[in-house]
Design a protein around this ligand. Structure first.
Ligand SMILES: [Zn+2]
Length: 306
């Protein structure tokens, strides 16, 4: 999930569950290898056996507690939604659904909370994710689980000079597993909250190809990337998410994705060329082959031509 989705979820939790008291908790009903539970940072991303034992404490730690607030914070490994309960925060980054009174609850979930008014919240990650329940300090941050040393893309600290320095201070020729734009922007938590789900919209906006070599873009390309990051995140949040994603009510956002499974094979909104889909870095990338041409650095192009 990208920071935009976390922020939309947080805004919606603010108006649905903040102020309510948790009366019933079901944790780890459908154990998932890549859904992790931990009540202390030392158990974060622990082996399944440890994680499942940690989950057994959630009922006692959450039942009877009032949800005081909902916020989004960057953390090691990415972005988390924080629901504040007592002296702890329930920290998570996975699909979240809210069920009003009378709505049918889900069959499968990793954490299910029922509130005093009969409404409920389900966290269910088919792709996995963390569901932590850590103590928090006076700033609302998890004790012993410091945020990464990187500003949020939504903050003023994420300035153009910060972004250009980040590129300058990275050895672009040694990027792993590839030297590409997608690898730089959306892996290794280099830019917390920028992941594959929002990457394609940013790159379409910047007219940059995900498979281009990061080193081949040059300063003009980097500046277009920066401007697109600063434009797309707030726009997606404002629109309640991308139309390829569902919010806590199960409704899609209204930000029309320009390059996604919905527009595959359809004319590009800028130039009319059909949008394509290709495998890259163990996932897929969507782009317009005409206005997002692939740039490779010189050495590699010479090699390709021989
Ligand atoms: Zn195009």
């Amino acid at each position: 999930m990208s920071l935009a989705e976390n922020q939309v979820i947080s805004n919606q939790l603010q108006s649905t569950v903040v102020g309510k008291t948790i009366v019933k908790v079901i944790a780890n009903q459908n154990p998932h290898t890549f859904v992790w539970f931990a009540t202390e940072p030392q158990y974060a991303f622990a082996a399944a056996e440890v994680s499942h034992r940690q989950a057994e404490q959630y009922e006692e730690l959450l039942t009877g507690k009032r949800v005081e607030d909902s916020q989004v914070h960057l953390g090691s490994y990415g972005v988390y939604n924080f629901l504040y309960v007592g002296d702890r925060a329930l920290m998570f980054s996975l699909p979240t659904r809210y069920y009003a009174v009378g709505e049918k609850p889900p069959k499968r979930h990793q954490l299910y909370l029922i509130f005093d008014d009969g409404s409920s919240l389900a966290l269910c990650g088919s792709l996995g994710g963390a569901i932590y329940l850590f103590r928090v300090d006076e700033k609302g941050l998890a004790v012993g689980y410091p945020p990464p040393d990187a500003p949020s893309v939504l903050s003023d600290d994420f300035s153009e000079s910060f972004f250009l320095d980040l590129i300058k201070n990275t050895d672009l020729e040694k990027l792993k597993p590839a030297k590409t734009v997608k690898c730089f922007l959306a892996t290794n938590n280099r830019i917390p909250g920028l992941d594959n789900s929002i990457l394609h919209e940013i790159l379409w906006e910047a007219q940059v190809n995900p498979k281009s070599d990061m080193a081949a873009l040059g300063e003009a390309g980097y500046k277009r990337l920066y401007a697109a990051i600063k434009k797309v995140f707030p726009a997606v949040i404002e629109a309640g998410g991308l139309d390829t994603w569902k919010d806590i009510f199960g409704k899609p956002g209204v930000y029309a994705a320009k390059v996604s499974r919905n527009t595959l094979g359809k004319p590009c909104g800028r130039c009319g060329e059909p949008i394509v889909k290709e495998p890259h870095l163990g996932g897929v990338v969507y782009y317009c082959p005409k206005c997002q041409p692939i740039h490779k650095n010189k050495k590699e192009r010479l090699y390709d031509e021989t």
